[in-house]
Design a protein around this ligand. Sequence first.
Ligand code: ATP
Ligand code: MG
Length: 272
Amino acid sequence: MNRSDRKKTRIIAIANQKGGVGKTTTIVNLGAALAQNGLKCLLLDMDPQGNASTGLGSFATDRASTIYDVLNETHSLAGTMIGTPVDHLFLVPGSTDLSGLDAELLSKPDRATRLKSLLKPSGASEPTLEGFDYVLIDCPPSLNLLTVNALAAADRLIVPLQAEFFALEGLTQLLATIRQIQGGLNPYLRVGGIVLTMVDHRNRLSRQVAEDVRANLGADVFETMIPRNVRLSEAPSHGLPAIVYDPDCAGSQAYLQMAQEFLQREGYRSAA
Ligand code: ATP
Ligand code: MG
């Protein structure tokens, strides 16, 4: 892949304070798809649940150091990175300890910008992660300090919306948080896209919600919709992204297509 502009690391966060809408499934498969395109990616698991880490084969008991240690400045980011089953995709695992970090950081003046200063030292607009094309940050289902740290560091935000009746609920609050962060902690933050997940094409309500979301949010919404597909939910228990576990299933095909759409939005063109 080639990008028409000069090469720099871009930081993408995925967030939605609603739980179980497909944040982790999306970021793991998007990261794997970008890596399969030859782009060097680093996934940061900022969720105490550690689902992205487990889904990439890193189990809690095997994790020597985690993003918690990096945020506490006892370990370096480089020293905490591990490989994954996907070439070019690296991981900084999450930890249950992260759930206490909110309280621990609260009294610190840099509580909202600690991740940003690790990824973009000296307030630079560009990260110093040599050789990485993308840093992908999985957020917990909350607008807590962990998510704020991710949004303060990110260049782009991807928002997954589950195609169900309450899809847009909570989006107002998320968009208000984004505006607040753009006005202070991070003027570089942009919405990189909204992706509809768990779409059931046979279900009239699901189709209706998809249409409503498109009517309300327009061009920000990815053309590609992720269908409800059981293979996507089976893959993490094998420690593999679905696009590796079963590349041909409908869910994987959708994520591969979404990754192409993402790359087009990012200004990449195929080398072929
Ligand atoms: P949390 O808010 O808890 O972090 P999340 O937003 O990261 O959740 P996921 O963990 O990606 O959401 O998905 C929630 C559950 O739904 C998981 O069990 C996942 O395997 C399953 N799932 C995600 N996307 C799909 C899909 N398109 N079809 C079927 N199952 C899915
Ligand atoms: Mg998750």
